[in-house]
Design a protein around this ligand. Structure first.
Ligand code: GAR
Length: 205
């Protein structure tokens, strides 16, 4: 199965997923990186992992439809069966999401539905919650929303700073995302309405 990662930033999740594939923990081909930011650190990571890059600059397209059509063409060319959003800081249109319905997953650095948006870690830290975490979910037409595949809690203690919390969250992300991709690729995820179950493992909470 061919998968594509969409990313706009540093790409630590890209590297974690690429490493899990290289070690044979997930039996898929990481066929494409879709990136919308020419300055993103993930581009170098893709180069060293020898993953093909489709760099798309939104500004070179007159509208979102044309921009997304160029991405869809690239996905078709590479026969992509799963789109993995890993810090892709752009909202996909309802048209795109419906086209790939049930085949787009996202990672978010909080326990959704809490602290959606671009600053999930900072918002949780500033709020003063004692427990936050990481969510991997199927993507629907709303932002940071859709049936939840996996969640893992991360506690925040007195000594934590925003930086130490970020480190804890990223460590969890780097194991949780490969696990979720593995479940998908092994055909173990079943979506019923808003709930996701995974065969023999029962409901994932
Ligand atoms: C990750 O922490 C991911 O959860 C977050 O972007 C970061 C990307 O890091 N995504 C969101 O906030 C989505 N709303 P990375 O570029 O190092 O993988």
């Amino acid at each position: 199965m061919n998968i594509a990662i969409f990313a706009s930033g540093r790409g630590t999740n890209f590297s974690a997923i690429a490493a899990a594939i290289k070690k044979g923990r997930i039996k898929v081909s990481l066929s494409l990186l879709v990136c919308d930011n020419p300055k993103a650190g993930v581009l170098l990571k893709a180069k060293s992992a020898k993953v093909e890059v489709f760099l798309v600059d939104r500004k070179s397209f007159s509208g979102k439809i044309d921009f997304e059509n160029s991405i869809i063409e690239a996905l078709k060319k590479h026969k992509i069966k799963l789109v993995v959003l890993a810090g892709f800081m752009r909202i996909l249109s309802a048209r795109f999401v419906r086209k790939y319905n049930g085949r787009i997953i996202n990672i978010h650095p909080s326990l959704l539905p809490a602290f959606k948006g671009e600053e999930g870690i900072k918002d949780a830290f500033s709020y003063g919650v004692k427990v936050t975490g990481v969510t991997v979910h199927f993507v629907d037409v709303l932002m940071d929303h859709g049936p939840i595949i996996l969640q893992q809690a991360v506690s925040i203690d007195e000594r934590d700073t925003q930086k130490t919390l970020e480190e804890k969250i990223h460590r969890v992300e780097h194991t949780l995302y490969p696990r979720a991709i593995k479940l998908f690729c092994e055909g173990k995820l079943k979506v019923k309405g808003r709930k996701v179950s995974s065969g023999k493992q029962g409901f994932i909470r």
